[in-house]
Design a protein around this ligand. Structure first.
Ligand code: MOS
Length: 748
């Protein structure tokens, strides 16, 4: 990365502008094409039949009835499913998870695919699936945290150690004047993107054309290539728009592969769209947790210990463990710190990365516990956090951007009016007699970066193009990355042809971990810088150029011209440099990756603080969030309009986590009882009336050459705890089982 320093490039003409979405018009007019909008000639419709039991085997299905349907073409079952090159239970590599691809009659969770009906019309495929009427041999389902024996997982999340800590927990508890021990429970949650997982698959010999939403095209190619025994480059994926991903589209799940298998079986293109209720099982979810926090503080309110134990669940057949302890590693300074895990195996689909995996579920528990600790110490929750926030990352000792966090606390508190908060609960009411409470939470998310590659080109007419297989799942990559592309070439954004969202382009890495703008953006920045460097070489070595000999002083690229850094009146247009050199274009490719040296020396995080006002009906226990203010510092802001939108989206998810989202599993059947948008509650406009996100300025020279940190997931952290703490401040009732529903507020 040090090879391409930004010295040749000037930023500022596109980066930082609040541009509206370049794909906005396509989306609001319905002309943006999502995967399921494609209908290649001869296409058939496939519908999955899914299991209504959670554990056992399929004893029989009425294949004859389904096949007798006049528009049903084929029914795919374990008896006739195409042979795979690799068994779908062979996993073990990063992002390779075990799949259910009709290899046998076993049922490992409710809504597991058990057959696929392929028909001329969607209606016929739906009807054919209903006609199968499967019979089962049923075994008792285990779907609750108490239903199976707990064990200690080897790693959690994407490979974090299951045991981390420093200092002596027992000594920390002994040394404490004030102690709390509390158990917090979070529910199973499902991603519920507006666009369900879908695929339109067309085989052409051993070449495969796919329209399918993906947060990481190269990962999808690798997985599919392995299953079908074909070369990854023979798999052409188009994924220009995603109707949400939230992690669940970070890998390829069974429904997409079944669509591909169906296309191979019938020798025609096939479309398979996961039905809403089928999203509750085979495509990942956030596992439930039971978290025990033990905190101690001295008489002065300084933490002496933080002990965070998480019990969570994975499926019976694969490993993903929600890493809820993560926030406790980073936010607060304490001489004794411990995070540990246990897990059980349940008859559910495999859990997966879901927006702020670990950070969200862990943050609501940690921020609630911090609030309880502040109260035990008789301190204001903000004063307590200011006393205890970590100046250096507690486990590594690396310096933190603690100045940014302090700034978030200060700006958020001032805007909210926190200073006039009475310390005791149940002190404020509105005109209707409803209780009002104010709560806060600290927000934090790691500033990650993955690997990507981009290609940039300048043409003789002064226009440019930039290509990268990047992903827009709603966050605004089409716009933000094009802004970076324009500045990387030093031309107007209208002069740039920007391509992304398909597999034929340079690998854009994964859109996840709130790292996509940094990852793809730095690759673009580097590719553009290389083009400009080559152009500068042409000009500065050409005696006929005004830039001749400027090589050592350096040049600036701006508005389609190169200028001498030491004398900006001397310059030349790109078009003229290229024309004299007889070049039609200059192109370059470049990569991005996290800088190991910086990462060794600095702790890299986005920071924030969230303040919430909740209104609680004392007779009904109904909770309303009436006001929410978040202040976030996340390095350089590429597009303030999009960044604010990301913060607000995260904060809404935080409200959702605290008050709404909950998958209810029936312990008898093992099925999710509210597998629909009617009963799986997410906030609507009326649930989030007054939201405000403050963009706190921060320059972090260490994270990457563009100074970009993530803004996608941090809004959930902090917010969920702030809501819970506001409910306590309103009512004096500490609800520790989330979501906070009226029954719990009224004292379950
Ligand atoms: Mo996300 S859970 O980083 O897509």
């Amino acid at each position: 990365m040090s090879e391409i320093t930004p010295i040749h490039v000037r930023h500022g003409s596109s980066i930082g502008q609040p541009l509206t979405r370049r794909d906005g018009m396509l989306k609001v007019t319905g002309s943006a094409e999502y995967a399921a909008d494609h209908h290649p000639p001869g296409m058939l419709h496939a519908v999955m039949a899914v299991s209504s039991i959670a554990r056992g085997r399929v004893a029989s299905m009425n294949l004859a009835a389904a096949k007798a349907h006049p528009s049903v073409v084929e029914v795919m079952t374990p008896a006739n499913a195409p042979k795979l090159a690799r068994h779908p239970d062979v996993a073990g590599e990063p992002f390779v998870y075990r799949l259910d691809l009709l290899q046998d009659d076993r049922v490992r969770y409710a809504n597991q695919p058990i057959a696929v009906v392929i028909a001329e019309t969607l209606e016929a495929a739906v009807e054919g699936a209903a006609l199968l009427e499967p019979a089962y041999e049923t075994e008792p389902a285990r779907v609750e945290l108490g239903d199976a024996e707990a064990f200690e997982p080897q790693t959690v999340g994407p490979g974090f150690p299951a045991r981390l800590g420093t200092g002596d927990v027992a000594a920390g508890l002994d040394a404490a004047t004030h102690r709390i021990e509390a158990v917090y429970e979070t529910s199973a949650q499902y991603h519920n993107a507006m666009e369900p997982h879908a695929v339109v698959a067309a085989w052409d010999g051993d070449t495969l054309h796919l329209d399918t939403p993906s947060q990481g095209v190269a990962i999808a190619q690798m997985r599919i290539a392995g299953l079908f025994g074909i070369a990854p480059e023979n798999i052409h994926i188009r994924t220009p728009f995603l109707g949400g991903g939230f992690g669940s589209k970070g890998t390829v799940w069974s429904p997409q592969v079944l669509g591909i298998m169906a296309a191979r079986l019938v020798g025609r293109p096939v479309k398979l769209v996961t039905r809403r209720e089928q999203m509750y099982g085979p495509v990942g979810h956030r596992a439930p947790t039971r978290q025990t926090l033990r905190l101690g503080a001295g008489a002065d309110g300084a933490l002496t210990v933080l002990d965070h134990h998480t019990l969570t669940a994975s499926s019976t057949f694969d490993d993903f463990f929600e890493p809820s302890g993560s926030p406790s590693h980073t936010l607060y300074a304490t001489p004794a710190l411990s995070t540990t895990y246990e897990a059980v195996r349940l008859d559910t689909g495999t859990p997966f990365f879901m927006r702020a995996p670990g950070e969200a579920s862990g943050s609501i528990a940690l921020e609630s516990a911090i609030d309880e600790m502040a109260e035990a110490c008789g301190m204001d929750p903000l004063a307590f956090r200011l006393k205890n926030y970590a100046e250096v990352e507690p486990l590594s000792g690396k310096p933190f951007s603690s100045k940014a966090l302090r700034e978030c606390y200060a700006q958020g508190a001032a805007r909210f009016g926190w200073a006039s908060r009475p310390r005791a609960p149940r002190q404020m009411r509105d005109a209707a007699g409803r209780l009002i409470g104010w709560g806060m939470g600290s927000a934090l998310f790691p500033a990650l970066m993955f690997q990507a590659e981009a290609r940039a080109e300048l043409r003789a007419d002064g226009s440019g193009s930039v290509e990268i297989g990047a992903i827009d799942m709603g966050q605004g990559s089409w716009t933000a990355l094009a802004q970076i592309a324009a500045d990387s070439l030093g031309i107007d954004i209208a002069q740039v042809t920007f391509r992304m969202g398909s597999s034929g382009l340079p690998n854009g890495g994964i859109a996840g971990g709130s790292a996509h703008t940094a990852t793809a953006g730095v690759a673009i920045h580097n590719a553009g810088a290389r083009v400009i460097a080559a152009l500068a070489d042409l000009a500065t070595s050409d005696e006929q150029s005004l830039l001749f000999g400027a090589g050592n002083a350096g040049v600036i690229a701006r508005e389609g011209r190169l200028l001498r850094r030491d004398d900006e009146s001397r310059g030349e247009s790109y078009a003229s440099i290229l024309a004299r050199a007889g070049r039609q274009s200059i192109e370059a490719r470049a990569e991005s990756a996290a800088d190991p040296v910086s990462n060794e020396h600095y702790a890299m995080y986005s920071h924030g603080a969230v303040f919430c006002e909740a209104v609680v009906d004392p007779d009904l226990g109904q909770v309303r969030v009436s006001r929410l203010v978040g202040a976030f510092a996340a390095g350089r802001v590429i597009n303030p309009r999009l960044v604010e939108s990301q913060y607000l989206g995260g904060m809404i998810w935080g409200v959702s986590f605290a008050l709404h989202e909950c998958a209810v599993l029936d312990p008898r059947s093992g099925r999710v009882m509210n597998a629909n948008f009617g009963e799986y509650h997410v906030p609507v406009n009326a649930d989030v009336p007054a939201l405000e996100a403050i963009l706190v300025a921060e320059e972090d020279p260490h994270v990457n050459p563009l100074g970009i940190k993530g803004v996608g997931e941090i809004g959930i952290t902090g917010t969920a705890g702030a809501v819970a703490n506001a409910v306590w401040h309103a009512t004096g009732v500490r609800v520790r089982r989330f979501p906070i529903t009226p029954d719990k507020v009224m004292g379950e």
